[in-house]
Design a protein around this ligand. Sequence first.
Ligand code: SAM
Length: 322
Amino acid sequence: MSSIQILRLASKLGLTPEQEQDFVAAMQAGDRARSALVITPQAPEGYVPPLPADKTPRDWGHPSILALPAGETEARPGSLPDYERGYYYPLDLSSVWETAPLAHLPFRPERCLDLCAAPGGKSILAQTRVAPRVHISNEVHPKRLGILRHNLLRCGFMGLYTQRLRPDQWAELAPGSFDLILADAPCSGQSLLAKGIPNPGCFNPSVTGGNAKRQRGILLAAVRCLAPGGHLLYTTCTYAPEENERNILYLLKRCPDLRTVPVPELEPFRSALAREACYRLMPFHGAGAGGFTCLLRREGEPSPLPPLPDELLAWPIQAMNR
Ligand SMILES: C[S@@+](CC[C@H](N)C(=O)[O-])C[C@H]1O[C@@H](n2cnc3c(N)ncnc32)[C@H](O)[C@@H]1O
């Protein structure tokens, strides 16, 4: 990985000179991974995981989500028996931060579509934070769909549905049918470097540009599935502006009935690259390797959602699948 590429990226992110230096140092150190545990419905009441966890949730956290102290990523929560029992689901602390805007939904969602769901972290976070009544976790990649179903089943998220459709197919089959959509889009994954995970090519303009194009397709399809008054949460784990703020600005231009939703507890993370309510977690913030989040609302009065074709609800997570 070339320092010149990191410096060039740092100069595009709207950072102060000190922050630029911190960013470059974090990317070179590759030591910013932070983990969190989501306590699942499978856990016994009052369950405390056998790992050191921060007792006080951040103001963007949640009581059922425990951050592990820096350095505890090596504790390998995925290798303990309670993991196999499904009592907790380990994920990046950055993912927890990315879902903080869900705390600002004005009502419990009736129907949620997680368009890019595997291996399941955002679906599990959405269930934990806002418990949508009907929830479809969708994953286009067949192998990853299997991992997603396995994770949801192990952790006791019974009654969630899974599907394997492309976003454009969703837009055809279920227009205006969801009051919450999660688009945790495939991206160039530049934040992997801050975790010490090699990611060759992640600065290459053809890679970030290709991802931005795919993300715009996913976002446009997501908006078609969104009911009036519904919310769309867009998240990535990359820093490239073309995959983040620029996609939001593109979407707002194409869809005049969309508005970004301000998230007061994320104000310290507000992006300097757009006037809209876009938020960036950077590796120097001390909450993991980084990410981007933006909550959008489609204007209009919420009304009863149209019925969903039965075949879209064909694959529930059920105990007998075990
Ligand atoms: C960032 S990952 C999702 C992580 C997941 N939300 C979680 O929190 O565990 C992006 C997912 O999008 C899927 N994907 C790739 N191309 C896609 C496309 N064109 N449309 C929808 N999903 C796609 C990938 O297979 C991958 O599982």
